[in-house]
Write a protein that binds this ligand. Sequence first.
Ligand code: ATP
Length: 307
Amino acid sequence: MTAVLSVAGLTVRSGGRTLVHDVSFEVAPGARAGLIGESGSGKSLTALAVTGLLPPGLTATGSAVLDGTVDMVGAPERQRIRARGGVAAVVFQEPLTALDPLMRVGRQIAEPLRRWRRLRGPALDTAVTAALDEVRLPAGAARSFPHELSGGQRQRVAIAMALACRPRLLIADEPTTALDVTVQAEILDLLDGLVRDRGMALLFITHDLPVAARIADRLLVMRDGRVVESGPAASVIGAPSHEYTRTLVAGARRFDAALDLPLPPGNSATPGNSATPGSGTTPGSGTTPGVVFDDGVRKSSDGNAHD
Ligand SMILES: Nc1ncnc2c1ncn2[C@@H]1O[C@H](COP(=O)(O)OP(=O)(O)OP(=O)(O)O)[C@@H](O)[C@H]1O
């Protein structure tokens, strides 16, 4: 089966400095890859290079082929734009970068529907309402401006816009990092369901191992611009081979262990809100990412298995 994304020898440079070194990986149709690594490891530049959106001054070599057809590194801009709409769509950390502050949300969602699915009139209105419904927003949200919505609602709008062209691959670059822990879990759940229902492939970028474990079935670990380890999520986490991955896993386990500590008497705070900044876990909510343990079963900090 042709990979929906096939990256080979991808290298990104800024002048004489190499920021991403010789990265190669594939994402099969319907598969979920998690690109994980600390800040500055080259995750975002990899995502920008494979979508043909590198900022000026940065150059890419190697190849990043979408759907076996368009090389996002070497193809002419026109072909890359078409592939970006029709094959791969991107959701970024900060939804405001994708949204026009002066345009009502409904019109913004209508834009890709008009452009890619050629919808007009009542069919377009119906599709906008359906797109909002799919990301669990009421039809009335169409009349709001971005600043009238919460961060989580804005990210839902950005997801609706990304999905409007029915891409075969969704690239999500830290889509929950800027959100509160409970909202993170909701957005992760939403993405998880949408990707499953549509049979889309996913490239999910995060610095947060439990979040990656929750959503991805394969992991690529990046450090200093290089992929240092990759493989099925259960084995990368259960039996990491690279020293850096071992450090990441140990750190994630420490957070998980911290959540298991009994709360002092009289403290009714929700553990997930206090002890796991950025982990996206909310124990007991049924959406807990948790870490994939050695047996490959996903367990939350309450020790229960979640699927
Ligand atoms: N436009 C740019 N010009 C020059 N260097 C850049 C540019 N953008 C990023 N870099 C550098 O490239 C390296 C990789 O950055 P990148 O944004 O891909 O990391 P990241 O893993 O996504 O981190 P974060 O999660 O903080 O975004 C960093 O050293 C960064 O400083």
